[in-house]
Design a protein around this ligand. Structure first.
Ligand code: PHE
Length: 476
C-alpha cells in the first residue's frame, strides 16, 4: 500500500470524509493558529483581515479547485503532473518540492515549541503568569532545547508518513481536528468574557484601509496561500489520491470554509484577550505562546491547566496534520520521480529538513549565518510565504488556463457532466486571466515596498530562483 509508484494503482482515500478531513488537516495548522493572528496583529488588524478574506474567496478557492482537478486528472504528484503534460512546466512542480523543503525548514521548529508547551504547562508554567512572556523569549533563543523538541516533532512526522496515505494521515485528521475546534471555541468564550475584550474584536473586524500599503496586501496574499496549503503542489498531490466520483467543488468549498473558520476563530480567541491584558497586537511570533497561557492562568486552578494542556495538544496535532502533508509532497516526488522506496524517501527528505531546522532555530538566538541581515528562520519564511507560494499559484493558474484544454478541465471538475458547476465560466476566467494578473501586481508592488524594510533583496532572490528553475525545466 505504502509504496505507490507511478506504475502501480494509486492508494486512494478510504472515504469522502477522510479526504476532506485530511485536506482540511493539511490546511488547518500553525498557519491558522500561530501565523494568522500575529500577522494580522503586525499588519494593522481589520484591513488585513478584510483583504485576506477577499483573497481566500476569489483566489484561494479557485486555485485549490485547480490543484485538485490537475492532481486527480493526472493521478500524479506535483512534478509528475506537470511533466506528463509538458516538460517545460516541470519546474513548477519542482519549485513546489523546494517550497515543501523550505517550509519544513522552519515549520517543525514551531511545531516543536507547541509540543514543548504541552510539557511546560504540565510543569507549572501557568503558576507564574507574569513570567510567561520572558520564558517564551528565553526558550526559543536557547541553542539546545528547541532543537531537541524540533527533533522529536520531526520524528513524529517521519513515523506517520512512513505508514503511507490511508494508514496514518487520514486517521489522525479524523479524530483530532474536531477536538481542536472545540478547544478554540472555549478559549474564545473565555477571552471575550474579560473586561476590555471588545477592543480586540474591533481591532480584528473594523478595517482601517489608511493603514494598508503594498506589503500588507502581499502579506495577506501570502497568508491565504500558506494557510490553504496552496501554490506548492500539496493539494495537487492530495487530489491525485482522490476518487473519480468525488465532488471537487464541494470538497474545495468545505476545506476553504473550515480553514478560514479556524483562522478567524483563532483571531477571536487571541485579540480580545490581548487587549484585555493590555498587550501589543504587534507582539510577533510569540503571540499564541504568550497570550493563550496567560489566558488560562487567568482562569486559574485545575481547569485552566487542563484546558491549556488540551490547547497545546490540539495545536501540536493541527501542526502535525499539516507538516505531514508538506513532507508527503517531497516524499511522493522522490517515490514517483526518483523511484525511491517510501522509507528511503522519508528518511532522506527529513534528514535535509532537520539540518534546515537547526539553522532556523539557532537563528532565533542570533546564532548562525545571515543573508542581507536576515537569519535562516526568516529567510525560509520570506521565500516561501511571500514569493514561492503566490508565484507557484500564479503558475498553476497559467498552466491550467493556457496549457490544459477548457473542455478537459470542465470534464474533470464536473465528473464528466455528472455534478453541475454553474460558475465554471467564472472560475475559468479567474484562473486564466484575473488571478495571474492580480498575483503579478501584488507581488511586484510587495517586493518594491519590501526594500523599505530590508526584505526586498531576499524576495527578489526568490524570483531569481524561480526564473533559473524555469530555464532548466527540461532537466528536472
Ligand atoms: N496550511 C498549513 C498551515 O496553515 C501549512 C502548509 C502550507 C501546509 C503549505 C502544506 C502546504 O499550517
Amino acid at each position: 500500500m505504502a509504496t505507490s509508484t507511478s506504475t502501480q494503482p494509486r492508494d486512494t482515500w478510504g472515504s469522502k470524509l477522510g479526504f476532506v478531513m485530511a485536506a482540511a488537516g493539511s490546511a488547518v495548522g500553525l498557519g491558522n493558529i500561530w501565523k494568522f493572528p500575529y500577522t494580522a496583529g503586525e499588519s494593522g488588524g481589520g484591513a488585513f483581515v478584510a483583504i485576506y478574506l477577499v483573497f481566500v474567496i476569489f483566489i484561494g478557492f479557485s486555485v485549490m479547485l485547480t490543484e485538485f482537478a490537475i492532481g486527480r486528472k493526472t493521478g500524479l504528484s506535483a512534478v509528475g503532473a506537470f511533466k506528463s503534460t509538458d516538460r517545460r512546466w516541470t519546474f513548477t512542480g519542482v519549485m513546489g518540492v523546494v517550497s515543501g523543503l523550505l517550509i519544513m525548514g522552519f515549520y517543525p521548529v514551531v511545531g516543536g515549541w507547541a509540543l514543548a508547551y504541552i510539557f511546560k504547562v504540565g510543569g507549572g508554567l501557568l503558576s507564574a503568569p507574569s513570567a510567561i512572556g520572558d520564558s517564551f523569549g528565553g526558550f526559543i533563543s536557547d541553542p539546545i532545547q528547541p532543537i531537541m523538541w524540533m527533533g522529536i516533532y520531526l520524528l513524529m512526522n517521519v513515523v506517520i508518513v512512513m505508514r503511507g496515505v490511508s494508514g496514518g494521515i487520514e486517521k489522525a485528521g479524523k479524530v483530532l481536528m474536531p477536538l481542536l475546534f472545540v478547544i478554540l471555541i472555549i478559549v474564545s468564550v473565555k477571552g471575550l468574557s474579560l473586561p476590555g475584550a471588545s477592543a480586540g474584536l474591533k481591532f480584528l473586524f473594523t478595517p482601517d484601509f489608511s493603514k494598508v500599503d503594498s506589503s500588507v496586501v502581499l502579506a495577506a496574499l501570502g497568508q491565504a496561500f500558506f494557510s490553504l496549503s496552496l501554490g506548492m503542489g500539496c493539494m495537487m498531490t492530495y487530489g491525485s489520491y482522490l476518487k473519480k466520483k468525488e465532488n471537487l467543488v464541494q470538497t474545495t468549498g468545505m476545506v476553504t470554509a473550515m480553514d478560514t473558520g479556524v483562522a478567524i476563530l483563532a483571531g477571536i480567541a487571541m485579540f480580545p484577550a490581548m487587549f484585555a491584558f493590555g498587550m501589543e497586537p504587534a507582539a510577533g511570533p510569540g503571540l499564541v505562546f504568550v497570550v493563550v497561557p496567560q489566558l488560562f492562568a487567568e482562569m486559574g486552578g485545575a481547569i485552566g491547566i487542563l484546558l491549556a494542556l488540551l490547547f497545546f495538544i490540539g495545536l501540536t496535532v493541527a501542526a502535525l496534520t499539516s507538516s505531514v502533508s508538506l513532507l508527503e509532497v517531497v516524499v511522493s516526488y522522490l517515490i514517483d520521480e526518483k523511484g525511491m522506496k517510501r522509507s528511503t524517501a522519508v528518511l532522506s527528505a527529513s534528514a535535509v529538513m532537520s539540518v534546515l531546522c537547526v539553522f532556523a532555530s539557532l537563528s532565533l538566538g542570533g546564532i548562525g549565518p545571515t543573508l542581507f541581515g536576515t537569519g535562516a528562520f526568516d529567510i525560509f519564511d520570506l521565500l516561501t510565504d511571500k514569493i514561492f507560494l503566490a508565484v507557484g499559484g500564479m503558475l498553476v493558474c497559467i498552466f491550467a488556463g493556457w496549457r490544459l484544454s477548457k473542455a478537459d478541465l470542465e470534464k474533470e471538475i464536473t465528473n464528466n457532466g455528472e455534478v453541475p458547476f454553474p460558475l465554471f465560466g467564472l472560475w475559468y476566467n479567474l484562473v486564466k486571466y484575473i488571478i495571474p494578473v492580480a498575483i503579478a501586481i501584488v507581488a511586484i508592488m510587495g517586493i518594491k515596498s519590501g526594500f523599505d524594510s530590508g526584505k526586498g533583496a531576499i524576495m527578489l532572490l526568490g524570483i531569481g530562483i524561480i526564473a533559473i528553475a524555469g530555464l532548466f525545466s527540461k532537466k528536472f
